[in-house]
Design a protein around this ligand. Structure first.
Ligand code: SF4
Length: 277
């Protein structure tokens, strides 16, 4: 697949996280479940201010902007990427995709034709390679035997598509939403550890740290605007990798500092003494 900017092999979720390491929200000032006695759900105005600040800082991310025009091979590669990046950085997933490309295996039939141990070796850079090889083969079995091709699988309204994807072994909510949003270009909100980290640190979580709580809240607030949903997730990831990092966040460079209690605490702006990392 050709790789213009912001496509799979361009290294979208290029990472500060080594391959195989699970992405975590890190310290946010809340407990591990994101619970707090005080809950201040973000208003549309607050969300708009966060979005504009992130967009101004990082610019348009343009993740897979032409997925609908690039052909079924490109859409299938986005699906493989969504599986390979589970519990790991994009860097590892991108290296695994490169291996599949070099082996001429970026194709559902080719994946099914490979012995599972050979496929596992190809996707080794993505971590958890035995289980990911099986997940790719389960996904491709559904594509080939259940639907005939990837576009038949993706051809559904967003909620139905999400249900189809979640019914496939190895596809969880984050992968299902990434495929729905980026491969099928249908509206949904992708939640990950970066989302929990950012909104908890801003003291604006929509609720406890639960996937569906975040997804439903943001989808309702943002609406079915695919471009903006695409950009929201990409900006949150970019911010979480480069500025609002798990350890040593670069709060002094962050345009959200003015509205971020966690960042102000980190820099000692509230207490006169920086927080220990
Ligand atoms: S001020 Fe710091 S903690 Fe708050 S959003 Fe920015 S980088 Fe993250």
């Amino acid at each position: 697949m050709p790789a213009p900017m912001r496509r799979c092999r361009a290294g979208l979720k290029a990472s500060g996280v080594p391959s195989g390491r699970r992405l975590e929200a890190g310290r946010t000032g809340r407990d591990a479940a994101g619970e707090s006695p005080i809950l201040r759900r973000p208003t549309r105005a607050q969300l708009g201010a966060v979005y504009r600040a992130l967009l101004q800082l990082h610019g348009h991310q343009q993740w897979w902007p032409t997925a609908l025009e690039d052909g079924p091979g490109a859409r299938l590669e986005i699906c493989f990427g969504a599986i390979l990046t589970q519990n790991t950085s994009w860097k590892g997933a991108a290296a695994a995709l490169e291996n599949l490309h070099a082996a001429d295996a970026l194709d559902a039939e080719a994946i099914l034709g490979l012995p599972t141990d050979v496929l596992a070796d190809l996707v080794r850079p993505s971590g958890h390679f035995n289980v990911k090889a099986r997940k790719l083969q389960e996904f491709c079995t559904e594509v080939v035997e259940g639907y005939g091709d990837i576009d038949e699988l993706l051809d559904a309204e967003p909620e139905e598509l999400r249900e189809r994807l979640l019914a496939i072994w190895g596809i969880g909510p984050e992968s299902a939403d990434a495929i729905t949003l980026y491969a099928a270009r249908q509206p949904t909100f992708v939640v990950d550890a970066y989302s929990y980290r950012l909104f908890e640190r801003l003291d604006l979580p929509p609720g406890p740290r639960k996937y569906d709580v975040y997804r439903e809240f943001f989808l309702e607030k943002i609406g079915p605007d695919v471009e903006q949903l695409n950009e929201w997730h990409a900006l949150i990831v970019r911010h979480g990798q480069q500025i609002c990092r798990r350890s040593n966040p670069r709060c002094e460079e962050c345009p959200l500092l003015r509205r971020c209690p966690f960042g102000q605490n980190e820099l000692g702006l509230r207490t006169g003494k920086p927080a220990a990392s």
